[in-house]
Ligand binder design. Structure first.
Ligand SMILES: [Zn+2]
Length: 198
């Protein structure tokens, strides 16, 4: 049995991070203790502060220090169109494109029955309430093009089928500057299916 020392507790704590196995956790522990004690202190303080100060925006479910986040409270956003994404990083990527001026809803995950993640875990009742209480008349489903992401999009579409809201899915296609020769066949097939009249 492992000793319950502070060294082991730190290693176990680091082991909870995605992609960090027991060996990497041990390596990180030694790094923090031996090479970067100041960085380790900063890390500990930042985690404590983030846990204390960050909650979820009541409207979009993103992390926010305020009850309503800066995007939801902005008067510059179009308040009739809602983009649904899986994670806050997806929102950041979309914001960087400057192509979307509407509002967001962040699921904080995707449906994944095999991992025990159901509709409750991705806040779908909050989503329905959000839609009902607002002027939203169009929804863009921007979940990932994975099996789970597609299933989540389909589930949300079915959930809102009795509303008059226009629902679309972001398009798949060739990457900007992409050459057909180097694109995988799934992407190319989808690009043909989703072709546009020019
Ligand atoms: Zn918000």
């Amino acid at each position: 049995m492992k000793n319950n020392t502070s060294l082991n507790r730190l290693t176990d704590a680091l082991n909870c991070l995605p992609g960090v196995g027991p060996k990497s956790a041990l390596r990180l522990t030694y790094f923090l203790l031996q090479r970067d004690r100041e960085g380790a202190k900063n890390l500990a303080t930042s985690i404590t502060e983030a846990l204390e100060e960050l909650g979820h925006c009541k409207l979009c479910n993103n992390f926010s220090e305020e009850p309503i986040c800066s995007i939801c409270s902005s008067s510059k956003r179009e308040n009739n169109i809602l983009c649904i994404v899986e994670m806050p990083t997806d929102l950041l990527m979309l914001e960087q494109t400057h192509s979307f001026k509407g509002l967001y809803f962040i699921l904080m995950g995707r449906l994944s029955p095999l991992d025990g993640i159901g509709p409750k875990d991705i806040h779908l009742s909050e989503l329905v309430k959000r839609v009902q209480d607002s002027e939203i008349n169009e929804i863009i489903l921007a979940t990932n093009f994975t099996v789970e992401g597609n299933a989540t999009a389909q589930y949300i579409k079915d959930l809102l089928k009795d509303t008059k809201i226009k629902i679309s899915r972001i398009a798949r296609g060739l990457p900007m500057g992409g050459e057909i020769e180097y694109v995988d066949s799934g992407t190319l097939a989808q690009a043909v299916v989703e072709r546009k009249i020019i």
